[in-house]
Design a protein around this ligand. Sequence first.
Ligand SMILES: Cc1cc2nc3c(=O)[nH]c(=O)nc-3n(C[C@H](O)[C@H](O)[C@H](O)COP(=O)(O)OP(=O)(O)OC[C@H]3O[C@@H](n4cnc5c(N)ncnc54)[C@H](O)[C@@H]3O)c2cc1C
Length: 159
Amino acid sequence: MFDQSFWRAKKDKPRSLFYISDVLGDFPAFVDTTDSAGCPTLVALLTGQQVDDMAKDQQPFIERAGEVLKEMFPDTYRAPTAVHVTGWGVDPFSLGSYSAPVIGVTAEHYEQLAAPVAGRVLFAGEATYREHSGFVEGAIGSGVREARRILAREVDLSL
Ligand SMILES: Cc1cc2nc3c(=O)[nH]c(=O)nc-3n(C[C@H](O)[C@H](O)[C@H](O)COP(=O)(O)OP(=O)(O)OC[C@H]3O[C@@H](n4cnc5c(N)ncnc54)[C@H](O)[C@@H]3O)c2cc1C
């Protein structure tokens, strides 16, 4: 959270930012959520090994995010007035964010994850839906798929 949206070219126009670093996963994107948050706000994204490292010590990463923004906006940068760090990987209620296929994952793996056990235990969730895994669309699609399986017929479940 900032006292001014110094990254916006036009004050009333959202502007998300992309950063190409020499270091893999080093703050590739900052999403401008000012309008939904109701005050100047950026959501800084971090990926890969750095996420695990940040779970152990947040401060260097908070400082690094500031450095990246300062590099992009050397003349107008302002330090944040508040920072909130999420930890999807260590939060016991999520233990991760969403699935991301690594090299070697095939369509068959998704089918295995979606396969019912003994015809009685069914699985939904974005990770079971190959076409839109990682997205809300996949989560909803998988729920509709399993509802159809339970009902054992095609029904109109469009939302
Ligand atoms: C930071 C972030 C940004 C994202 N941005 C987007 C986006 O812009 N667009 C988009 O489409 N998607 C986005 N996603 C992905 C989207 O949120 C997920 O794909 C979607 O929520 C997956 O839904 P799901 O029902 O499969 O799983 P989840 O929403 O993860 O639901 C699983 C539920 O099971 C519960 N649970 C886990 N273990 C247990 C247990 N043992 N007992 C009982 N309950 C349990 C969890 O608490 C959770 O409530 C984003 C995700 C994150 C983390």
